[in-house]
Design a protein around this ligand. Structure first.
Ligand code: DGL
Length: 260
C-alpha cells in the first residue's frame, strides 16, 4: 500500500495524480492539518513532524512512502530515511529536478514556501545536474492560503501571482518549477503570467509518474484519507479534491505524536 503524507490538504494534489497513474491501488493519505502549515516553520520542527507522519502511515499498513510535501522533501527526507531505512521512499524534488534536467533548461525559476526556498535544495540539485544553469528561487507564502480559500481565479490571486512572478518573468526564465503542493491549482494562472515560452513543471504530476514507473507491484485496495484536524472546511475541500475517497477519518494529533 502507498502511504502519502503532507503537512495538510495540499498533498491531495499528489493523491489525484497518483490515482491517474496508478488507478485502483491501495492508498492511505495523512494530512497534518492540526499542525499545518510547515512552510513557515524551522527545519528542526519539520523534521520531527515528518518522522511522526511517516510512522503514522506505516502504522496504517503503508509499504511505500511518498512525501507529497515540498517542504518536508526539502528538509526532512534524510531524517525519514534514517528512521525507516528499509522502506522505499519517494519525494517530490528529485522528479522535478529530473524533469528540469531532461529539458536542458538554462534559466530556471523555482517557487515554494519559505522553508523550501530557504533550504536552497532545489537550486543546489538543479546546479549539480546543469552546472551552467541560472536558478532563481522565490518564496510565495501567500499562495497557500489563497488556494485553501478556493480563490484559484480571483483577481486578488492574479495580483499576488503577478507580484511574485514579475521578477522571474523579467529574468526570462524558460522553465518554472511549482515547488509546493498547492500550486497545481494555480497552474493556469501561473502559466498565463509566465507566457508560452516558459514551461511549467508541476512536481505533483512528475512525482506520481516516477512512483508509477519505479514502485514495483502494488496491491489494489481502498483510498483512505486521514487528517489530524478535520474541520468542516477541510472535509469539504478533501471531498471536492478527491471525490473518489472511500473514507475520510480524523486521527487525534496526540496519536500521531506518540508514533501512530
Ligand atoms: N505542503 C507544503 C509544501 O508543499 C505547503 C503547505 C505548508 O506550508 O505546510 O511545501
Amino acid at each position: 500500500m502507498i502511504g502519502v503524507f503532507d503537512s495538510g490538504i495540499g498533498g491531495l494534489t499528489v493523491v489525484r495524480e497518483l490515482r491517474r497513474f496508478l488507478p485502483g491501488k491501495a492508498l492511505v493519505y495523512f494530512g497534518d492539518t492540526a499542525r499545518t502549515p510547515y512552510g513557515n516553520k524551522s527545519a528542526e520542527t519539520v523534521r520531527r513532524f515528518a518522522v511522526e507522519d511517516a510512522a503514522y502511515v506505516l502504522g496504517q499498513g503503508a509499504t511505500t512512502l511518498v512525501v507529497a510535501c515540498n517542504t518536508m522533501s526539502a528538509v526532512a527526507v534524510d531524517a525519514i530515511r534514517q528512521r525507516f531505512p528499509s522502506v522505499p521512499l519517494f519525494e517530490v524534488i528529485a522528479p522535478a529536478v529530473d524533469a528540469v534536467a531532461a529539458r536542458r533548461a538554462k534559466r530556471i525559476g523555482v517557487i515554494g514556501t519559505r522553508a523550501t526556498i530557504g533550504s536552497g535544495v532545489y537550486g543546489q540539485r538543479i546546479r549539480e545536474r546543469l552546472p551552467k544553469a541560472k536558478v532563481i528561487e522565490r518564496a510565495c507564502p501567500l499562495l497557500v492560503p489563497l488556494v485553501e480559500e478556493g480563490m484559484f481565479d480571483a483577481a486578488e490571486t492574479k495580483r499576488v501571482i503577478r507580484r511574485y512572478l514579475e521578477p522571474l518573468k523579467h529574468q526570462t526564465v524558460d522553465t518554472l518549477v511549482l515547488g509546493c503542493t498547492h500550486y497545481p491549482f494555480l497552474k493556469d494562472a501561473i502559466s498565463h503570467k509566465m507566457g508560452k515560452s516558459c514551461a511549467v513543471i508541476d512536481s505533483a504530476s512528475v512525482t506520481a509518474k516516477a512512483v508509477a514507473a519505479q514502485a514495483g507491484k502494488l496491491a489494489d485496495g481502498p483510498l483512505t484519507l486521514h487528517f489530524s484536524d478535520l474541520s468542516p472546511h477541510t472535509e469539504e475541500l478533501a471531498r471536492a479534491w478527491v471525490p473518489e475517497a472511500d473514507a475520510i477519518n480524523h486521527v487525534p494529533v496526540e496519536r500521531v505524536e506518540r508514533g501512530g
